[in-house]
Design a protein around this ligand. Sequence first.
Ligand code: DI6
Ligand code: FE
Length: 401
Amino acid sequence: MKTLWQHCNVASMAQGTYSIIEDAAIVTSGAHIEWIGRRQQAPVADYHQVQDLAGAWVTPGLIDCHTHTVFGGNRSGEFEQRLQGVSYAEIAAAGGGIASTVRATRAATEEELFVSARKRLLSLLRDGVTSVEIKSGYGLDLASERKILRVIRRLGEVLPVSVRSTCLAAHALPPEYAERADDYIEHICSEMLPALAAEGLVDAVDAFCEYLAFSPAQVERVFIAAQKLGLPVKLHAEQLSSLHGSSLAARYQALSADHLEFMTEGDAIAMAASGTVAVLLPGAFYFLRETQLPPMDALRKHGVKIAVASDLNPGTSPALSVRLMLNMACTCFRMTPEEALAGVTLHAAQALGMEQTHGSLEVGKVADFVAWQIDRPADLAYWLGGDLEKRVVRHGVEVTV
Ligand code: DI6
Ligand code: FE
C-alpha cells in the first residue's frame, strides 16, 4: 500500500531540530516512509491513496519514554490529605505512599490492572502518542512484577501504540524484605530478572537510586545482572539528592538517566561521553513543588540529548498528557518549544534505543506521525492540555482511539 500524504507542513525533527519542510508531502509504503520532501518534487507514482492533510503541521508521533502506567488504585485521597496539612512522612508511616500502591497492585487481578491501565494509556494516545515505555515496579515480588509486565505486553498488542517494557523491580523495598535491602537486590538479580527475561517480558532494566530507595552499589549489582542477560539499563537518578547515579548509569552505557534535578556538571560530562539521554520529568517536579532545577546549561553545554516524559504514576506525577509536559518543560525548565518537541520525539526514541526506526520523519523510518491543525509547531508546547484537532498515523495507517 503506497500512500501520498500532502497539503501539509512538516517538522521532521531530524537531528533533533524542527527541520521544517513547508508545503511538504510524505510517501508511505506499508509501515515505512519511502519519500519525504517538497510537494512539487514528490515522485509521480501509482498511489493507492492520496490523503489531503488540510494544511496540517505534521510531526513524528509523540513518544512518552518514561511511564509507570500500570498500577492498582490511585493516591488522590493522599493528595487531598496532604493539602489538608498531613505530611508525606505521616502518610508513609500510616502505610500510605508507594506502599499503598504496592498493596493495591498486588491485590488487583491481571484483568483489573489491564482495564485501568488501558484507560490511562488511551488518554496519552488521544494526545498524539504512538510509542510509550511502561515500567513495572509496583509489584516487588516475582508473581506481581510478572503480572504487571504481562499487562504491559498486552497493552501493546491491543492498542495502536508501540510499547517498550522496563522491569523496575528495584523501585522500592517490599515489606517482606524490610531492613534487608541487599537480600532483595540479590533476589532481583538471581531470581526475578532471569525469570522475567526468559519469559520475554523485559526490554530494559531500571532502578531507583536514592537515599530512600537503593544505593549506587546496590544499583550497580542490578546493572551487572541486566548486562549478563543482554538487557540495556536506565536509572531514576538525582531526583531528591545527588548520589551520582547518573554517572554510574553512564558507566554502564545506560540508555537514559531520568529526573536529574540534583545532577552535577561532572554527571553531565559522563552522560555526554556515553550517549546516555537525560530524561526530564516536569510533571513530578511540578507535583512535588520541587524548586531545584535540572542543570539545563550543563546539559546543553556538554551536548547531552534531552528527552521529556510524563512519568505517569500515582504518587508523584498523575500526568495524562504529554503535551502538557511540553508546556511544563518550557515554563518550569525554560526549555524551548523546539527542544521540548525533540524531547518527545527523536531524543525520546534514543532513550528507548529506538532512534534508528522512530522519533523523526526520515526515509526508511517507521511511518508514525501526527497531523495537527495548529498554526506553528510551538503551539504543541503552548496550549495547556485540552484536545487539539489532529489525525494520527501509525505504521502508515490512520488510527482512531
Ligand atoms: N520516582 C518517583 O517520583 C516515583 N518513583 C520514582 O522512582 C514515585 C512513585 C510513587 O510515589 O508511587
Ligand atoms: Fe519514574
